[in-house]
Design a protein around this ligand. Structure first.
Ligand SMILES: *Cc1c(COP(=O)(O)O)cnc(C)c1O
Length: 386
């Protein structure tokens, strides 16, 4: 029978209840949430572009030219010159024939996996893939097989047993752990088994590789070794939406068959205009990558001195592993009392027993911000046992 209230109560008792804070003012290291100013280490605004005035100016120009709403899906009348130009610029950025915009990364992942596979095929997914990739695998009619995190040997065994077309799907940078997928080994496994490799580079685009081209570039792979690249625009690029880049036939296939592309309203053209500027800044302003990665080094050195357990990550996503949900909540609450906002990530978002604080850094942070975080963490560790 229906008893939502009881289900919610149980969730609360288990330390899994999710709540929202109400923010005010622009994105940045200091956020006003629930009316209180806090120092935040939880956004995906890695390059500090979400509140950049140049993006705001581009968006205003876009509104002046196109109005606010796209009015319809891309295949009806919603595909503007702004969208089209952004797609061409993303294709060039990614070194691929074409790119296709989606309204969100979640939808892009559902769209690609659904469009490329049917009931005769097999989709292979890393166990720690983002929820949208897992949901894409659940929604398609293909069989989904999950391999242990980054375990290419296990994947190769699964590939050898499979029939039909094989699609390997992985995060480029894992969203809750910050580690980079073994892309060179995955690409070799794909080539050996005539499989395709799809990389979701939501956290790599703008941050890793030459000019921020992402984890595929950082791994030294050629574009044709990774047939499908998905990237999001709402993280390092500071706006909203996503893209898929690849060969022309891939993009045409998505336009024909990706239901979350066909049956949804196009993103506002002004968002595309702002993203064009973001892409230029992300490619050109190398200091932003140097700065955010410098914060990562400073944080890791300090956190290890305190005795915290960190993940094997060199990216701006830095988990502090704490174990159970209650401990993660307690640390999150203690940080919040001292004015620091960090996400406490609990199951089912991460595996049981690996609840954590997910600390993320931005080029908009200063070294002093990082030091403030470290000193508060040191106090909590001393008080509660790390
Ligand atoms: C954030 C994220 C997505 C979803 O992108 P949205 O544009 O926010 O819907 C997909 N994959 C990964 C790995 C992500 O981190």
């Amino acid at each position: 029978m229906w008893n939502l209230h009881e289900d919610l109560q149980r969730r609360r008792a288990d330390g899994l209840y999710r709540t929202r804070r109400v923010g005010d003012g622009p994105q940045g290291p200091e956020l006003v949430v629930d009316g209180r100013r806090m120092l935040a280490f939880c956004s995906n605004d890695y390059l500090g572009l979400a509140a950049d005035p140049r993006l705001g100016e581009a968006m205003r120009r876009g509104v002046a030219r196109y109005g606010v709403g796209a009015g319809a899906a891309h295949l009806i009348s919603g595909h503007s010159r702004a969208h089209h130009a952004l797609e061409e610029e993303l294709a060039e950025f990614a070194g691929r024939e074409r790119a296709l915009l989606f309204s969100t990364g979640y939808m892009a992942n559902l769209g690609v996996i659904g469009a490329l596979t049917d009931r005769r095929d097999t989709v292979f997914e890393d166990r720690l893939n983002h929820a949208s990739l897992i949901d894409g695998g659940l929604l398609t009619r293909a069989q989904m097989r999950r391999y242990a995190h980054a375990d290419v040997k296990a994947l190769r065994e699964q590939l050898a047993e499979a029939r039909g077309r094989r699609l390997i799907v992985t995060d480029g940078v894992f969203s809750m752990d910050g580690d980079v997928a073994p892309l060179v080994e995955l690409a070799a496994g794909a080539a050996d088994h005539d499989a395709w490799l799809m990389v979701d580079d939501a956290h790599g685009i703008g941050v890793l590789g030459a000019r921020g081209r992402g984890s595929i570039d950082a791994a030294g792979l050629e574009p044709d070794q990774v047939q499908v690249l998905m990237g999001t625009l709402g993280k390092a690029l500071g706006t909203a939406g996503a893209f898929v880049a690849g060969a022309s036939d891939l993009i045409e296939t998505l336009i024909q068959h990706a239901r979350p592309y066909v049956y949804t309203t196009a993103m506002p053209p002004a968002v595309a205009e702002a993203t064009r500027v973001a892409l230029r800044i992300a490619s050109d302003e190398e200091w932003r990558r140097e700065r955010v990665l410098g914060h990562v080094q400073r944080f890791r050195a300090g956190a290890l001195r305190i005795g915290l357990t960190l993940g094997a990550s060199t990216t701006p996503i830095q988990p502090i592993l704490l174990g159970d949900s209650t401990t993660a909540n307690r640390w999150g609450d203690a940080l919040a009392r001292d004015g620091i906002l960090v996400g406490a990530i609990r199951p089912p978002t991460v595996p049981e027993g690996t609840a954590r604080l997910r600390v993320t850094f931005s080029a908009a942070h200063t070294a002093a911000h990082v030091d403030t975080l470290l000193s508060v963490l040191a106090e909590i560790a001393a008080g509660q046992g790390a």
